[in-house]
Design a protein around this ligand. Structure first.
Ligand SMILES: [Zn+2]
Length: 277
């Protein structure tokens, strides 16, 4: 496991970053000038203490995230299936009209979308290159190539539905990708100490928590449904934003398939099961 930080610094630190052997990109403005540099660094990097000092001093942009080794993923009974590769926009994109067409309900206060009622639509046929999974921009849906779908169905994974993705112009299903949906929802089980920045919504009654960023997420064992290979968490995440989602949890068997087949496009984050909070 590595804890990473995506950081943006003022361009005055360019020379220092070079001296510390930290690879960075320039953050260009519209007029081709640049005033910032962006980079990712993990906490076990030798340069981290110095970088951390500057982050604190300058209050720099700092978004932490965690990556896990395959062995850590395979050792976990349940794994968070997170979006990775993003491409395409749900249609009709204008004024986000797709939300009303695709979901039964949307909370006008906190922005959560509920109960998908129709397939997502994309402009034209998908081209994924080396990826087998993709998520559409603005969504937390998981879309997969036909070879993933076939394997999921052959293996008889439980709790995974396959829906078509429609090509908007031609009004026919994509031959390249389908959506994987996970209708099951666990019981409340997020560890109390993981309930960061709770944000209850008066309109829909749902409480969102901060996105999980560091290390393993902790969930009570007893909250999870048995006999399925995929389920959503009861809890929603996304405080301080106008959207949010329930984490998708997949079984070791499902995660092992993704690792073994080396399918790219999603991020697997193992969770730790606890007996009580
Ligand atoms: Zn709401």
């Amino acid at each position: 496991m590595k804890i990473w930080h995506r950081i943006s610094f003022g361009s005055k630190y360019e020379i220092l970053l070079s001296q510390l052997n930290v690879e960075y990109e320039r953050g260009y403005n519209h007029d081709d000038t640049y005033s910032s540099v962006v980079f990712s660094i993990h906490e076990s990097d030798r340069a981290w203490p110095e970088i951390e000092h500057i982050v604190k001093k300058d209050e720099s942009f700092d978004f932490p995230y965690t990556t896990f080794e395959d062995e850590e993923i395979l050792a976990s009974e349940w794994v968070r299936l997170c979006t990775g590769f993003k491409r395409y926009y749900p249609q009709p994109k204008h004024d986000m009209k797709y939300v009303k067409d695709t979901f039964s309900d949307e909370c006008s206060s906190c922005g959560l979308e509920f109960a998908q009622k129709a397939p997502f639509r994309i402009k034209k046929e998908a081209k994924l290159g080396k990826y087998d999974f993709v998520s559409l921009n603005w969504t937390y849906g998981i879309f997969a190539t036909q070879r993933v779908v076939e394997k999921v169905q052959q293996a008889g994974l439980k709790g995974v539905e396959v829906w078509p993705v429609m090509l908007h112009r031609e009004d026919r299903p994509s031959e390249v990708i389908s959506q994987l949906l996970f209708p099951n929802v666990a019981k409340p089980g997020l560890a109390d100490y993981e309930k960061v920045d709770p944000e209850p919504c008066l309109e829909c009654g749902i409480t969102k928590y901060a996105f999980h960023k560091r290390g393993y997420m902790h969930i009570q064992h007893a909250a999870l449904l048995k006999n399925v290979d995929a389920q959503h968490t009861y809890e929603w995440f996304g405080s301080d934003t106008k959207w949010g989602f329930q984490e998708i949890l997949i079984s070791n068997r499902f995660a092992r398939m993704i690792v073994d087949k080396k399918w790219k496009g999603v991020i697997l984050n193992p969770i730790k099961l606890i007996e009580e909070t």
